[in-house]
Design a protein around this ligand. Sequence first.
Ligand code: 7TS
Length: 404
Amino acid sequence: MLDITKIRANFPILHQQVNGKPLVYFDNAATSQKPQLVIDSISNYYKTINANIHRGVHTLSQLATNAYEEARKKIQINFNAKYAHEIIFTRGTTESINLISSGFSQLLNKGDEVIISYLEHHSNIVPWQLVCEKSGAVLKVIPINEKGELLMEAFDKLLSDKTKLVAVNHISNTLGTINPVKEIIAKAHQVGAVVLIDGAQAAPHLKVDVQDLDCDFYCVSAHKMYGPTGIGFLYGKEAQLNKIPPYHGGGEMIKTVTFEKTTYAELPHKFEAGTPNIAGGIAFGTAIDYINSIGVENIAQQERSLLVYGTEKLLEIPGLRIYGTSSKKASVISFNIEGIHPYDIGSIIDKLGIAVRTGHHCTQPIMDFYKIPGTVRASFAFYNTKEEIDAMVLAVKKAKQMLS
Ligand code: 7TS
């Protein structure tokens, strides 16, 4: 069992009042809070070793380069990639997906097919629509059932030798469904397709092993796993990354440049043009150390108990419906109360110090599926408590009274 009081002491932002009430932060799927260690890591970098990387002979530049590359190595080990150069630093999941989709716009031909799912965040829909428009490829979508689970038989039927790429999320940000990605990857490989997994919501909650999954690409944002914003990574199998043309042109991604012809640097530098978010990368490494010091299993256990408790308590409210009822679920609860707009509930409970997200959560197709304008979404992290859930339930009851 985790000592939650001790853990909460690591997160300075949690100890404040918002609108005159103790903050209850249940918007962790949007972004998680940062422990003091991560905040210190950013400021220590600027205080002690700030310099540009991969280009200076001077000591600070070498120290900064070493720290940045050490963070890449930590990510490699944590996600069990075969090589450190299979980890490409990006601004986050959105940029990781766009890096691959823009590369594929040159690799896809008319009539090829790309499969995504109904559960995708817009950032794993729109890039593929853009690519299909450019290349003449066709976008196919895996449907879902009422519980918010992918219909795997329908997926089987969509797969064919025309399928060139499958892009699905590991965990849905809106419904919390944990998708059977290992099975999806194996099936897609049988028809010769490559698979990109959007791991934005999985990386903070599960132990992810990219070699065990056998995915071709895996995309992560640091800010959802207690690290800073503006940094994340794309994992890609070496052979797959070597097939993809560079994403951005510029400094540090080249081997030689003449006006006639440029040759590109080896992985990972081929995809890392320009000065990166050095402090962010280093602090991302610190966030991974922090998570491992708590233990992913312990995190998952605490979040599981919050999910079970929160589900039970919310369902005691008459007229409340939870969307996303798969038995394989992360600590996300999306709900509505009959006859009340989710935005109204969100606004009232905010006045009571409770931070949740309302709206479509960048997943409009899921809202269309359930024929709703949006949901109220409470997403828990391991630093949350049952007492906080009680405070939210009380606030939702008050909001319901005021609005009905
Ligand atoms: N994919 C999934 C599954 C996500 O949940 C998000 C962000 C993204 C991709 C994009 O990540 P980014 O870091 O590049 O922005 N999800 C949310 C959310 O649920 N609420 O705010 C952002």
